[in-house]
Ligand binder design. Structure first.
Ligand code: PLP
Length: 366
């Protein structure tokens, strides 16, 4: 039996989302078609758009469906970064780093929180910028002070794009309340189907140049026939109930079990997502830990999962100044349906793994 503790990679599909996807798949029609069938598909899509826009604090007309978080981030950088210098946080996801390879980088502290003074200094020092900061980090769960960063950006005439892919569905996320220019969200990180996400825009920036050209869908902001069934599932997942109290208690139990084996909780002093923990076990390679836990039926990850299945060195943990520990940390992230059984299985497997991987104590006996 596999105990799945890798929600930040992808959440299990929520039953509400599956039901909505199946119901929408029974509707044949392209939402761009003018006939009745097209209009039925369009209604499903626009209902979902209304519901998502309402939940995440923008107007329906300002929500652009994309293929996921990566494309939403890329569209933001492409459309809002034109003619502006780019500034990103040191712990941004590769979706942002790859879209802005020449960006200036703002450091984070040892707790993973972005250095706002360094950001202010950069903003004061040069032409208007697009700043990209994530709301919550995928590896550590660290929550960034986005409202404060947004205020700084406004003072300096800069735009702020927030990558809220890990935060949406796990904390209150509202574009207007955060004060950002744009925000990326992704369906599969909140229990919806993969293959769909959205870029949300502040009303002043609702007219943007598309990254994907085509038939003028999404008010000319993203070409391509939208995946109506996935969109319906996305909206249903965003509305599904979640019990952060229970998950936070389970996360604490995981940390307690790991710390008892000599692990350190990375970024534990900063505000964090309730479902995420990053645990470093001194002396034990991260990929070896992931394999050992997998053999015991526990799914966690190390660094950021990348498409080749290999574990890349974590730029997030390196930016936090962790040195060698950056290669010795795993991430456990609890899905919406995590159970006490899974957490106790983790505790048992972690203890067994730590016993095997901990470096032997050097004896100083004569
Ligand atoms: N941004 C963050 C913070 C993420 O964690 C991820 C995925 O792991 C993405 C963006 C990319 O989202 P998607 O998988 O929907 O393309």
């Amino acid at each position: 039996m596999m105990h799945y503790l890798d929600a930040n990679a992808t959440e299990p599909l929520r039953p509400e989302a599956r039901d909505a996807v199946l119901a929408a798949m029974a509707v044949t029609g392209n939402p761009s078609s003018v006939h009745q069938a097209g209009r039925a598909a369009r209604r499903l899509m626009e209902d979902a758009r209304e519901s998502l826009a309402h939940r995440f604090g923008c107007q329906a007309a300002d929500l652009v469906f994309t293929s996921g978080g990566t494309e939403a981030d890329a569209l933001a950088v492409h459309a809002l970064g034109q003619g502006r210098r780019l500034i990103i946080g040191a712990t941004e996801h590769d979706a942002i780093r790859a879209a802005a390879p020449a960006a200036e980088v703002v450091p984070v502290g040892g707790d993973g929180v972005v250095d706002l003074e360094a950001l202010a200094a950069r903003l004061a020092n040069g032409p208007a910028a697009l700043v990209c900061l994530m709301l919550a980090n995928n590896e550590t769960g660290t929550i960034q002070p986005i409202p404060e960063a947004a205020a700084l950006c406004r003072t300096h005439g800069a735009l702020l794009h927030a990558d809220a892919v890990q935060a949406a569905g796990r904390m209150d996320v509202n574009l207007t309340a955060l004060g950002v220019t744009s925000m990326a969200i992704s369906s599969h990180k909140m229990g919806g189907p993969t293959g769909v996400g959205a870029l949300l825009l502040a009303p002043e920036y609702r007219t943007i140049a598309p990254l994907i050209l085509g038939g003028g869908q999404e008010r000319g902001r993203r070409g391509g026939t939208p995946p109506v069934a996935a969109i319906a599932g996305f909206a249903a997942a965003a509305e599904a109930p979640r019990d952060s109290g229970i998950l936070a208690a389970l996360r604490d139990r995981i940390e307690q079990a790991a710390v008892a084996q000599g692990a350190t909780v990375i970024g534990g002093s900063a505000p964090r997502l309730f479902n995420t923990t990053c645990l470093a076990l001194p002396g034990a390679r991260a990929d070896t830990q992931v394999i050992a836990l997998d053999l015991d039926g526990i799914a966690v990850s190390a660094g950021s999962a990348c498409s080749s299945g290999k574990v890349a060195a974590s730029h997030v943990l390196a930016a936090m100044g962790l040195g060698a520990l950056a290669g010795q940390a795993i991430r456990a992230s609890l899905p919406w349906n995590a159970t006490e059984t899974a957490v106790e299985a983790f505790a048992t497997a972690y203890a067994r793994m730590a016993d095997r991987l901990r470096p032997p104590l050097v004896s100083h006996a004569a």
